[in-house]
Every structure is written in structure tokens, then in C-alpha cells.
Design a protein around this ligand. Structure first.
Ligand SMILES: [Mg+2]
Length: 371
């Protein structure tokens, strides 16, 4: 059997300012960007992976170039478990979460893309999936919007973009006005009618009692789930929230690795687990995260990065759907050539090997940040 070994690794950083900035309940987003890792074998096959940032992309890029790449050259790209464990051990003193894991995730995704390309198989098939048409919801609705802007954006997601499910932010005034949030939810529900799925995201802004009170009040508007009502690190608070309301609780986008997922499920503080494979450890780790959620019979709905997660959703029977962030639409449309787009609330996995995506290298090279 032909052997392949890693011969070259290139990292690109592409960012885009968010005009005016958008705020959720707990922070303002002024910039979004991708770190793109391209790994080429000695046989001339290239795979790529991505992670993303609102801050800190430079550090991720340097971590990959200076610390990870030298340990990857010469290795067999099929050894994703071995490489993951090696990186986890090598970098253990500088990051169990955060930027180090963004770096590891992008590398791991690139290795899986490479495996798919070498084997000429799409990743969802390598993962054991069959379904290629995957549901997706539109995600936006910042707390910095006026009520009118919020309602208009949600209407556009449904009427122009064809989504059947939408998510928007609650926690206006830094989480200090839950009654104003309730009013905004009422306006959106009235504008969308009863048949559109609505999810809400509080981005860590409340304590358990405030979150549960809001959840119980907002239930009359038929909400699919409330996301991060409580500080993500407040595991006892999430548990208390769950005991205080039957509103489904979604959380996990700030968590990393199977250990983070384990703590969420063992503490019974999530109904929907939302780790993000482009930050939480790549496909190698997300397959384990998915298995943990399956064993506890709870749902799996990876955060954002729909073009990457689409393969996982296909292969995980307890996965719900993809999230497509409106915030990332422009830059995602620029870094990929002909990236799949939602059509009537579904995305279709390209019938191509690996991730099934093609980088727009003209755009990436033109905007590559050198520092
Ligand atoms: Mg969120």
C-alpha cells in the first residue's frame, strides 16, 4: 500500500472587520476571521482545516507554525489519534482549552480532509454517515439591534433565505432587562407566525434564577431551546436552571474536548450539547463528544461552522441540525469557492472527497495577514 507522509504545512490568517460591531448580551464582536491550515503530503495531496476567531488569530497561527508543524513533518496523516494525543501531551502546559485547542482543531480537521482526499471519500462516508441533506437554521439577531431591526432580520431569514428555524440573541442591556427580551420574542413570534422554529441565545448573561424565570415566562412563545442562559463555567448554575424549568437547555460552545462534554452530561446540565469542532479538538475529538451525547440520550448540535460540521451531523443519529451564523456568511463565501448554501432550510454535502470544499486561494493570498 502506498505510504503518505506530511511534507509541508502552510498557515493563513484572514480576517474581516464587522462594520460598526454587533453586540450580544456579554460582548461586542468587531472582527471575525479564519485561520486556515494547509497540509501537503510527499505524494502531492493537500488537505486543509480551519478554525476561526474574533480575537487571537495571530497567536493560533504562530502556535501551529512554530510549535506544531515541526512535530508533524514526516508523519503519516492517517495517524490522527496518535497525532492528537501527541499534541495534547506536548502542549499540555499551555492550554487545555482556548487558542491552543483552536490550533489543534484546525490541524486535526486538515488531517481528516487529507485522509478523505487520499481515499477519495467524502468525510461523512468515512464517519459512517449516509444522509447528505442536512437541516440548518439561520442564526443572528444581535442585542444591539432595535426591535425593528431584529424582527426584519428574522423575517428575512425565513422569507428571503428560506430557513424554517431561526435563532436570535436575548439579554438586552447586558442581561438587565429580561422583560424587554420577552417583548422582543413576542414581536418576532408574531412576525414569523406559529410554524417557524425559534431558538434563543443568552450568551452567558444570567444567573440560574433569572434565566429560569425568563425561560418559564418565554415558554408561551414555543421556544425550541434556550442557549447559555447561565455563565458557561457555572456548572452548578446550569444544573439549577435545569431543575427550575422544563425549557430545553443548550450549551457547550465554550467547552473543549471529551472531558468538557463529560462534565456537561454527568452534571445533567445540558439537553443539547453544542461543542464546536473547529475549537474543541477537531473531528477526532468530536466523534467522541458525539458518542458521549448518544450514550446519555441527549442531543448533539455543533456550534456554527456549518460547512465543517455537516459531515458529523450526517454520521451522528442524535444530531439535530447545523447552525449558520449570518455574521460569518461574507467571509465564508470568500474563503471557499462555491461553498454550499442553504436551500429551504437544508444544506447538501458536496459529492467530493474529504470536506468537499475548495479554498479560494486568490482571496486568501490577497488577504493573508502578515505580522
Ligand atoms: Mg451561542
Amino acid at each position: 500500500m502506498k505510504k503518505h507522509s506530511i511534507a509541508d504545512i502552510k498557515v493563513h490568517l484572514v480576517s474581516a472587520p464587522v462594520a460598526g460591531g454587533f453586540a450580544d448580551a456579554t460582548r461586542k464582536v468587531e472582527m471575525v476571521g479564519y485561520t486556515i491550515v494547509r497540509i501537503t503530503t510527499d505524494t502531492g495531496i493537500e488537505g486543509f482545516g480551519v478554525t476561526y476567531h474574533e480575537v487571537g488569530g495571530e497567536a493560533t497561527k504562530l502556535m501551529i507554525e512554530k510549535n506544531m508543524a515541526p512535530r508533524l513533518i514526516g508523519r503519516d496523516p492517517f495517524e490522527t489519534e496518535e497525532i492528537w494525543q501527541d499534541m495534547f501531551a506536548y502542549l499540555r502546559g499551555v492550554g487545555r482549552k482556548g487558542l491552543m485547542f483552536c490550533a489543534l482543531s484546525a490541524v486535526d480537521i486538515a488531517l481528516w480532509d487529507l485522509k478523505g482526499k487520499i481515499l477519495d471519500l467524502p468525510l461523512y462516508k468515512l464517519f459512517g454517515g449516509a444522509e447528505t441533506k442536512i437541516p440548518v437554521y439561520g442564526s443572528g439577531g444581535w442585542t444591539s439591534y432595535t426591535d425593528e431591526q431584529l424582527v426584519q432580520e428574522m423575517k428575512d431569514l425565513v422569507q428571503k433565505d428560506g430557513y424554517r428555524m431561526v435563532k436570535f440573541k436575548v439579554g438586552v442591556d447586558g442581561g438587565n432587562s429580561p422583560m424587554r427580551d420577552l417583548e422582543r420574542v413576542r414581536k418576532v413570534r408574531e412576525a414569523l407566525g406559529p410554524d417557524v422554529g425559534i431558538m434563543l441565545d443568552a450568551n452567558n448573561c444570567w444567573d440560574a434564577a433569572t434565566g429560569a424565570r425568563f425561560a418559564n415566562l418565554v415558554k408561551e412563545y414555543d421556544i425550541m431551546f434556550l442557549e447559555e442562559p447561565v455563565l458557561a463555567d457555572d456548572i452548578p448554575g446550569l444544573k439549577k436552571f435545569k431543575r427550575s424549568t422544563d425549557m430545553p437547555l443548550a450549551t457547550g460552545e465554550q467547552e473543549y474536548t471529551k472531558y468538557g462534554a463529560r462534565d456537561l452530561v454527568l452534571n445533567e446540565c445540558a439537553d443539547i450539547v453544542q461543542l464546536d469542532g473547529t475549537r474543541a479538538g477537531g473531528f477526532t475529538e468530536m466523534l467522541k463528544v458525539a458518542a458521549i451525547t448518544q450514550a446519555w440520550n441527549i442531543r448533539f448540535a455543533p456550534h456554527a461552522m456549518e460547512n465543517i460540521h455537516i459531515h458529523l451531523i450526517s454520521a451522528c443519529p442524535n444530531a439535530l441540525f447545523l447552525e449558520r451564523l449570518k455574521l460569518f456568511e461574507d467571509i465564508t463565501g470568500n474563503i471557499y469557492v462555491d461553498a454550499p448554501k442553504p436551500d429551504h432550510g437544508f444544506m447538501t454535502i458536496p459529492d467530493l472527497p474529504g470536506l468537499g470544499l475548495t479554498l479560494n486561494m486568490d482571496f486568501i493570498k490577497e488577504h493573508d495577514e502578515r505580522f
